[in-house]
Design a protein around this ligand. Sequence first.
Ligand SMILES: Nc1nc2c(ncn2[C@@H]2O[C@H](COP(=O)(O)OP(=O)(O)OP(=O)(O)O)[C@@H](O)[C@H]2O)c(=O)[nH]1
Ligand SMILES: [Mg+2]
Length: 314
Amino acid sequence: MKLEELLERALAGDHLAISRVISRVEYPSKEGAWLLSKLLARAGQAHVIGITGAPGSGKSTLIARLIEKYRGERRKVAVVAVDPSSPFTQGALMGDRIRMQRFATDPGVFIRSFATRGERGGISTAALLTVEVFDGLGYDKILLETVGVGQVDVDIMHAAHTIIVVTAPGAGDEIQALKAGLMEIGDIYVVNKSDRPGATETLKQLEFAIEGGIFKSRTGWKPIALKVSAALGEGIGDLIEIIERHLTYMSEAGLVKRRVEERRIHALKSMILWLVENKIDELLSRPEGSSLVKDVIDGRIPVYTAALKLLKLI
Ligand SMILES: Nc1nc2c(ncn2[C@@H]2O[C@H](COP(=O)(O)OP(=O)(O)OP(=O)(O)O)[C@@H](O)[C@H]2O)c(=O)[nH]1
Ligand SMILES: [Mg+2]
């Protein structure tokens, strides 16, 4: 199929064509670059919503609820899920597939999962470029799911206009961990599983952290905490209302476009990092590289000097 035709079909919502476009764009290629340039020209309209939080907190279940609501409003929704490669979560992944299957026949919903590929640059780049693809294809809401446990998540979250951090009752330790840094960037904190005991307590802890200024968003927006039950579908309307309020805030503050710029800068950095990662092993195995490595091992050349020499070779 010609690239023009592939793009046309993808724009018309053909799921198979969309899958093909994504797999071309994910890895550097001439075709991918052409497709991306066309899509980038159309992108910048979507509302990107990052959803992060500990494994099992209910992110995917919540996303399924959000999709239902958005579809009820006739909005087109895409999901970019970054799955951890840990064997512990395989069961959850299976659960995800089953949960998401019911959207498979809806042309207004597209779900793309990425497995962590080992290299940090690869996964971030692929996820960020896929956001551009969905944006360019005219999806209204793009939901980005990551497990909040690493640099990859933080990188990816930069693509989001709105960041939702999901916790569950009894997550006291988790909230301590949140305070310690990684995910203090939430705009909205959701205590999911409110059907379980302890949800009010957890909500209070979050509100305390917000009032105390421990959780600060990246903008002047004061974070909001609420409890929901994704399983029972309770509180989802309130959550949607807060998400929209946050989008209005961002738009009035002129930050919607700024976030798009930021995600492109991040995609660029991720791409460079990834390309360099790929080059390093190749370079170290070449004669110039391996002799430099030997010099470093034997202490003849400082690491810093060797690193700069290697970068020049790249
Ligand atoms: N009781 C209760 N259980 C829930 C709720 N939401 C999700 N669960 C359950 O919690 C488990 C994990 O849900 P997921 O939606 O897969 O959680 P996740 O955060 O996406 O998990 P990972 O993708 O593995 O990080 C599943 O067994 C869900 O059925 C809820 O509101 N109440
Ligand atoms: Mg999940």
